[in-house]
Design a protein around this ligand. Sequence first.
Ligand code: D5M
Ligand code: FE
Ligand code: ZN
Length: 481
Amino acid sequence: MKKELSFVLNYALNKGFQIHPNAFKILENVDVEKLEKIIREVVREKTRQKLFQINQGDIETYLGIKDEPGLQSEIRILFDPTNKITTGEGVKGYNALFSSRFNKLKQIISNRPESKLVRSIAFVKTSKLKEDVYVVGLVTSRNSERSITKLLLEDPSGSFEGIIFDVELQKTAGALLIDQFVMARVSFGKNSGIIIKDLIMPDIPDQITNKSETEVYAAFLSDLHIGSKYFMETEFEEFVLWLSSTDPVARKIRFVLIGGDLVDGVGIYPNQNKELVCQTIEEQLKKVNDLIEKIPKNVKIIIMPGNHDPGRRALPQPAIPKKYNSNLWDKENVVMVGNPSIVSLNGVKVMMFHGQSIDDIVKTTPGLSYDKPIDVMKHLLRARHLSPIYGSQTPIAPEMEDLLVIEDVPDIFHVGHVHRAQLGMYKGILLVNSGSWQKQTPFQASVGMTPNPGLAIMVNLKTFQVYHQNYNLNSDNILQS
Ligand code: D5M
Ligand code: FE
Ligand code: ZN
């Protein structure tokens, strides 16, 4: 036993006190220089109370690590694709997927006044209307040449090519994502072509944000990439230890959300093994488990997969399967969900999505970039879809139901994947891209991607105020908003 701990025991015994083993366990982890002061003061206080046993609660109260009383930590899973996955086969599956997408979004847009004037594309093409009408459809292609933009829209009755002349409207059209749903006001031109006069997104209506009644905090994390030699293990461990510190914010944290890429995986990209310190998924998940164990048990941890985690690659992804690491599934304070998911934390609805679709969107949409993931997240909200572009880099499974439509409007939208932490606000929704805990990889350096790893983001679920910390000592990391 360390001499400082023997001193503590002897001091207490000499004053007629017993120390409960649980109290002693806490003292074993306290900075030795503080031990003498702690035991003298606790003994003085207990003498005053005439109680001669030193319990866990006495030490916790002294250290300020006693649970904040009255803090709720109620978690409900509002949406999880894990048990809903029923992938269709071949063409039939894709038809079902797109028909589900169309119907769900048509329903979402149906509360707009213009909806009453919506006609089917087949009807509009054959009836040569004199008045403007509306159509709704999925964007199948977009072309800009000289001073006009052409859009191909499709609904279950057929498709048509609309022409846009208006300069501002061409900009709106330029921001449309392929396969996204849109409403268009159309009329017939002189040469019998169909002209698009306006474009309306499904978008987010004005709404009242749900807040927690008590000042509980949630920590937002993603892209740890455990197992990669670029995982910032020391910095992440420091953050995990902070969670059980006496810091007033740490004392109020009741939720930790991990938005995917917990591990770096195996065989995710060519020659990945050269960049791994753990060569198997099991080893990598064991390390995840060891870190999770260090988080206080009164904190609930929500774990969602990303493109590096085991399970299936195509969206929507089921929760990380039990077979790789049953420990995570067995923990009482861990909740395993699929990607995307919606969880309610004390009534605050958080939509979690890893963010794979950002890659395709940044590549095809003018004005969007990897350094500003929040802009892309706003795009997704306006389109009411988490991954509209089909058949590009992001694999999407031909589900019978499109589970990537944003049906329910969240209070917080949590995304990761691009390794750039950023904050934003859209129509009352707090937008969080939680960045990463992995240093810049050689691949990212080769394509000029500059991550800002090591930022921990905490949100007060009562006030929605954001508190953040930088664990990255090598750079002056900034959290953009
Ligand atoms: O992805 C982190 C970011 O880096 C994300 O924006 C994709 C991009 N990335 C990473 N590897 C590749 C390859 N091989 N091709 C294209 N884009 C890539 P993460 O999911 O953490 O790997
Ligand atoms: Fe990642
Ligand atoms: Zn990722």
